[in-house]
Design a protein around this ligand. Sequence first.
Ligand SMILES: Cc1cc2nc3c(=O)[nH]c(=O)nc-3n(C[C@H](O)[C@H](O)[C@H](O)COP(=O)(O)OP(=O)(O)OC[C@H]3O[C@@H](n4cnc5c(N)ncnc54)[C@H](O)[C@@H]3O)c2cc1C
Length: 363
Amino acid sequence: MQGRTDKTQAEQAEDPGFYIRRPFLLQLPVYFACFAGMKILDVLIVGAGPIGLACGIAAQKAGLRYTIVEKGTLVNSLYRYPANMTFFSTSEKLEIGGVPFVSNNAKPTRAEALEYYRRVAETFAVDLKLYEKVENIEPVTSGGYRIDTDKGRYQAQYIILATGFYDIPNVLGIPGEELPKVTHYYAEPHPYYRQKVVVVGANNSAVDAALETWRKGAQVTMVVREPEIGRRVKYWVRPDIVNRIEEGSIQAFFNSTLEEVRPGKVDVRTPEGLITLENDFVIAATGYQPNFKFLQQLGITLTDDGKYYPTYDPETQESNRPGIYLAGVICGGMDTHVWFIENSRVHADRIINAILKKTKVAD
Ligand SMILES: Cc1cc2nc3c(=O)[nH]c(=O)nc-3n(C[C@H](O)[C@H](O)[C@H](O)COP(=O)(O)OP(=O)(O)OC[C@H]3O[C@@H](n4cnc5c(N)ncnc54)[C@H](O)[C@@H]3O)c2cc1C
């Protein structure tokens, strides 16, 4: 295969392995790129969440030239999770790179997870570009992709997208949602002390926010579209919220939706009709979604059933764009509960093995 030159430019652009296989002379554009100050990589990973980090470690172990570009801090989504949250997974299920995760209790806290992933990054001296946002990715005719960030330009043979789901909340789309008293990112209970709080939603995040703010002195009302508290709520937490509702400590309107948020008030559509509640804060725990626009800009196709599942080969995680791989929660489209750290950390080795296979075939 080495030295094959009978490909059209279009075919080369579609075949990322072409660049790695090319003889010295044909790699000149790459050397020019190097001289122009552009960083040439085998793999560029977008996102330093737990799964992007796992991909970086797998790439490093395989001897590939890689970097991880992250728009925020290390494990930025976890950093933004509620301050007092506890993971539903036991710590060993969150381990990556074979580094043991020891926590005080079986299920680690957010603070312990941040400590753990920092330690993992240090253990492997992972190549990280923090506070740098990937803005554009284009195929290059010599093979691979050119990546533009808000700080510079890279060229890489392969891209791994591990951009997660936590940046774009599922909005309610109702009047008043833009008011400062509405948040889609619950952080901690203290600001809600002695306040009238409406929590929208009935899954883990909503239930955690409702219980925690109530326990710290808020007057809590839940507005729930479904007829009951979500079945996916952590099995040891669900009885707690159900009992608080049954005893009347937390008020809940089921089969109900928030219709409008106003200063000092909210309107709720209930099966008995429209009611108005006095209200200081709204915590909209309505979930998040991956950046579908970004995927589409890259030419990755999504299903048109409202779930927006991206196209990828489950054996390799390679998307319909050759050389662009998907890792982590981004693979689940709107079903963001399907992939999580526990079950998607395997994507890292799967992708790197697929990349190594491609480069081996080329030798
Ligand atoms: C409250 C809560 C509790 C959870 N508990 C558990 C649990 O117990 N067990 C479990 O397995 N899972 C749990 N999850 C889910 C888990 O956190 C996610 O599935 C996991 O973070 C997914 O990892 P990821 O690397 O795919 O994405 P993320 O962790 O979301 O990381 C994506 C990264 O990409 C970055 N990024 C996005 N766009 C760009 C760009 N253009 N340029 C550069 N960087 C970019 C983001 O800043 C982010 O750091 C929980 C989730 C929540 C919300």
